[in-house]
Design a binder for this molecule. Structure first.
Ligand code: 5GP
Length: 208
């Protein structure tokens, strides 16, 4: 019988490449992380944003399946039991997780797969996939971060104080945990996006 090459699980698409990269972007709330993440996604062809699963309540600003997949606690627990998550963490009392299967499929296609996740999740990813590239977004200063959190007027004073304390803890943890390859200070949004894009493109070309 003639030998046939094994059939690929994913037929090759014109947009597939040979240099997939898993990119982790983290940073405290209020630092401009989501805007930077979406800026990187828009600037780099073939990049895809990983839509996380969460048990937190959907707000008016959220779009289902674009920002998150909103599921309840039992559904989340079932995905944990099925070992469906690449990583998951409890953030501000709610669960957030990244679906493993989707990430693997996208990486197999050579895409730049962007995970916007917290430090605990980033540690889990880096332990399983050390080749992942980690970027952490920093505020210009802690005072400036507090000012930005206050100016969002999204939360009560009490919640802002809690977010600020969490942010300080997260920054300290990020600096000491050895998960992040690069730290970007978001002084100016356009420059921060340009820095992030340059660093990711270098990492994708193998220069770190
Ligand atoms: P928010 O509810 O404000 O959108 O996100 C709260 C925090 O959860 C942010 O720090 C965000 O990066 C983090 N987060 C979002 N998705 C995931 C995820 O899938 N895994 C982990 N570990 N953290 C996530």
């Amino acid at each position: 019988m003639a030998d046939h090459p094994p059939e690929s699980a994913h037929p090759r698409l014109p947009t597939d490449t040979d240099n997939g990269l898993l990119l982790i972007i983290s940073g405290p709330s209020g630092v401009g992380k989501t805007t930077i993440t979406r800026g990187v996604e828009r600037s780099i062809p073939g990049s895809v944003f990983s839509v996380s699963y969460t048990t937190r309540a959907k707000t008016d600003a959220d779009v289902e399946a674009v920002d998150y997949h909103f599921i309840d606690h039992d559904e989340f627990q079932q995905l944990i039991d099925e070992d469906a998550f690449l990583e998951w963490a409890d953030v501000f009392g709610k669960r957030y997780g990244t679906r493993k299967k989707w990430v693997d499929e996208q990486l197999a296609r050579g895409r730049l797969v962007i995970l916007e996740i917290d430090v605990e999740g980033a540690k889990q990813v880096k332990a399983k996939m050390p080749e992942a590239f980690g970027m952490f977004i920093l505020p210009p200063s802690e005072d400036e971060l507090l000012r930005r959190l206050q100016s969002r007027k999204r939360e009560s004073e009490e919640l802002i104080a809690k977010r600020f304390a969490e942010a300080q803890h997260e920054i300290r943890e990020a600096k000491s945990c050895q998960v992040y390859d690069e730290f970007i200070v978001n002084e100016n949004l356009e420059n921060a996006i340009a820095d992030a894009v340059r660093l990711v493109e270098n990492a994708r070309n193998g220069d770190r």
